[in-house]
Design a protein around this ligand. Structure first.
Ligand code: SAH
Length: 489
């Protein structure tokens, strides 16, 4: 009789990694178990220690790479492994791009129910990021207290809330480290405490920095557990352009968050010094677009401007505007996509839930001399039905770009009711994208284009631009249905 091996915690196994999991972890098979091994690369043969055993699968910790994969490379960051923020730093860039395409395909197949034939027809290769390091324009660093009682800033280790001190993230900007160091030094001198999650005491929770690629200017925002106005002058003297012209911190503020929550920002941003918003620009040579954007700290802005502008250019390609269209840009943030579209459409209506972002969007339309874009504040799923009722508008093209949880079902149904010719879905989560595409393709739309964008190089995350085209005349069908129902009543 063949005795099946049962894994126990701390067993050591040798295994060949044959796949990547959803977050870029290595997957191998041993004795009927599927093993998930963080930091192992597809093609590696490794030894690993079993950490947690479940039914049919187990989590293991990488001990040694016995035979390295051809896809393995040296991670550029010294804390890549403990930090865990970059799941793919040990993977060659080419393989990272393949991984992201497969990740999107898998979601569309497993969750969306799309056939192999369909996937072959619509799936494009991953668009590489023009920069794979130092591309991030935004940094949010938690501040805590080190063992010696001094404030530390760094990154949460893996999925924990332990802070690993690290002042230079290689995805971020080179000056971030020095700025953080200065803030920590200031805190030490002034006896300013770091927030403690356990007790809810302490002042400084997070440091937020966002940099304009265009001007190199930085906007600083401290997330605090109380008022910080008394430090405004001294902070400016230490960090402002007078003291450090090279950092270009031309605007700074703070947001008070007294809640015990993972949500970073609290109340509205109060000024410390300088400008209340950062200004950046995104370009498309192809369409001769050079759009300027004002961005308040609480407004969303894509973290990788180098590839964001390529994505927005693709949205314009797919929209095929002729100048006569009405376009809805839902989840529009500061109007980045809306204004690219406004340059080619008759009218663009953007909808966004964050008040500062909607305000920025309207300012941005004016800043770029565009009078054919307007912006509405609220939940897309509530604003769009109300707008349809009030103005009886039709949209030729609808763009949605929701956060990770995807679109609200009622919004998808409202959109298919409006029956635009084209629906462009920009997503940062393949799983919810696949779920929503399934619903949309069941309601008169055909999926015709899916392209992953490497917005988050070195990490397991991926952004997607996809296109749905109307196949049947949904609007007429709905009217016919209404008539039929009336006939039967
Ligand atoms: N298209 C923009 C923003 C995309 S991020 C860009 O590329 O820059 C998603 C945006 O959706 C965020 O600005 C977020 O505040 C907003 N949002 C989240 N839930 C929403 C909802 N229910 N209705 C409208 N906007 C929402």
């Amino acid at each position: 009789m063949c005795e099946e091996r049962v894994f126990k915690k701390n067993d050591i196994v040798t295994v060949t990694v044959t796949d990547f999991g959803n977050d870029g972890e290595g997957i191998g098979k041993a004795d009927g178990y599927t093993l998930f091994i963080k930091d192992a690369v597809i093609g590696d043969t490794v030894s690993a220690r079993i950490m947690k055993v479940k039914k049919g699968y187990a989590y293991a910790r990488l001990l040694e790479v016995i035979t390295p994969s051809p896809h393995r490379t040296d991670p550029p960051c010294p804390v890549a492994r403990p930090c865990g923020g970059c799941q793919l730093q040990s993977v060659t860039y080419e393989e990272q791009l393949h991984f992201k395409r497969r990740k999107v395909e898998n979601a569309l197949r497993r969750i969306g129910g799309f056939s192999e034939e369909k996937l072959r027809a619509v799936m494009q290769d991953t668009e590489p990021s023009p920069r794979t390091l130092r591309y991030r324009n935004k940094m949010i660093v938690p501040v805590g207290t080190g063992k010696d009682g001094a404030p530390v800033a760094g990154f949460y280790a893996g999925r924990t809330h332990d802070i690993i001190p690290c002042e230079d993230c290689l995805l971020g900007q080179p000056e971030n480290g020095a700025i953080l160091k200065e803030i920590l030094g200031f805190m030490r001198e002034k006896g300013m405490s770091a927030y403690d999650e356990e007790s809810g005491e302490g002042l400084i929770r997070h440091v937020f920095l966002r940099r304009s690629r265009e001007s190199g200017e930085n906007m600083l925002c401290l997330i605090t557990n109380g008022d910080a106005a008394e430090y405004a002058h001294e902070l400016q003297a230490r960090l402002g352009p007078g003291a450090h012209p090279e950092w270009k911190i031309t605007g700074a503020g703070y947001s008070v968050n007294r809640e015990r929550t993972n949500v970073i920002f609290g109340g509205p941003v109060r000024p410390l010094w300088g400008k209340a918003a950062l200004e950046d620009a995104l370009h498309s040579e192809k369409y001769d677009i050079h759009m300027r954007y004002r961005i308040s700290p609480m407004s969303f802005y894509q973290v990788n401007p180098y590839i964001a502008e390529k994505m927005y250019e693709k949205v314009l390609d797919l929209a095929e505007l002729t100048g006569t269209e009405t376009v809805f840009d839902l989840y529009c943030g500061i109007g980045t996509i809306s204004l690219f579209l406004a340059s080619g459409a008759r009218e663009v209506i953007g909808v966004e839930i964050v008040p500062d972002a909607v305000k920025n969007a309207a300012e941005n339309a004016a800043l770029n001399g565009l009078s054919n874009a307007r912006f509405l504040e609220g939940k897309a799923e509530e604003v769009v039905p109300a707008l349809m009722k009030r103005e009886n508008l039709r949209a030729d093209v609808v763009v949605v770009d929701p956060p990770r949880k995807g679109c609200d079902e009622t919004l998808l149904d409202t959109i298919t009711g409006i029956a635009p010719e084209k629906l462009i879905y920009v997503s940062c989560d393949p799983a919810t994208l696949a779920r929503d595409l399934k619903r949309l393709t069941g309601c008169g739309y055909d999926l015709t284009f899916v392209k992953p964008y490497d917005q988050f190089a070195m990490t397991g995350h991926v952004e997607v631009v996809s296109l749905l085209q109307r196949v049947s005349n949904t609007r007429e069908r709905m009217i016919t249905l209404d008539v039929e129902m009336e006939d039967h009543s």
